[in-house]
Design a protein around this ligand. Sequence first.
Ligand code: UDP
Ligand code: MG
Length: 325
Amino acid sequence: MNPTPTLYIVVPCYNEEEVLPETARRLSALMDSLISFGEISPESRVLFVDDGSGDATWDIIESFTDPRFEGAKLAHNAGHQNALWAGMTLACGQCDAVISIDADLQDDPEAIHGFLDAYREGCDVVYGVRKSRETDTAFKRLTAEGFYKLMRLFGAEIVDNHADYRLLSRRALEALLRFGEVNLFLRGMVPLLGFPSKKVYYNRAERFAGESKYPLRKMLGFAMEGITSFSVKPIRLITLLGVLFALLGVVFGIYALISLCTGHAVAGWTSLIMSIWLIGGVNLIALGLIGEYIGKIYMETKRRPRYILESYIKLGGEEEDGAEE
Ligand code: UDP
Ligand code: MG
């Protein structure tokens, strides 16, 4: 680990004209203090990624005078996750570490000092975690908690109360960028890297200005993305349901046969009820089985790296860090 790393701070911005001048002021001051205390190298940069905004966001970025600021403009609104990916791709190769932070100043930029301390202690991944959700509405808190539970139930490892405010070391970034999937759910992907990591807690503020770019519709879509990108368990549920129906079919079959034998059944009912349940169950099992293969194809198409190397020691005693395949 470089004790004074070259840091890139990636800031995705979508229609953020109201908040951007203040964000720039705060980040500029932060860069001053980080550089003067020798926490980061003077080559460090802040990269604003304009995610196809329709307002004056890009004009504001172009008008910045701080020589440590950079701007990238996406031709079309690609979404928060893709804007982050774009920024990180541009930063990779030019930095020792990258930090992603929202443009709206909800994530306290001062936590970056803590991020860098953790980085110097040898962490490759530092998660910014909110101490409390007091500034969120009760509804947002409840849905978020439900979402974390559901994600874990479906087998994805995610960090509670962590959004996309995090530090990645260069090797963690390089490893992440090898993931081949197009549908991004970064907060599920980063824990898959498995490098040494740490959580740094901070207070989440209200949005400084402007409105949330994540209305309920987008939030639900994002949650769905998280679940379907990380798990084929919903497909397995179909198979399970099929087995359950088939078993119920057997129980109903026995019941129908008993009814037939004791003379309580109308003619034709026994065979009908047995076929409905059995065929229903077999149908679902077959669907689940097909789904299982589709799930495999789905996971294959992501072209995720098969493993991520943390270190490689040669017998001569040299140690090399790396994330090569
Ligand atoms: N954002 C983006 N593209 C989008 C939507 C949002 O780059 O399509 C950015 C936005 O400018 C902000 C960050 O993603 O910097 C998080 O969005 P927001 O603060 O609106 O989400 P919330 O905090 O309400 O969940
Ligand atoms: Mg926000």
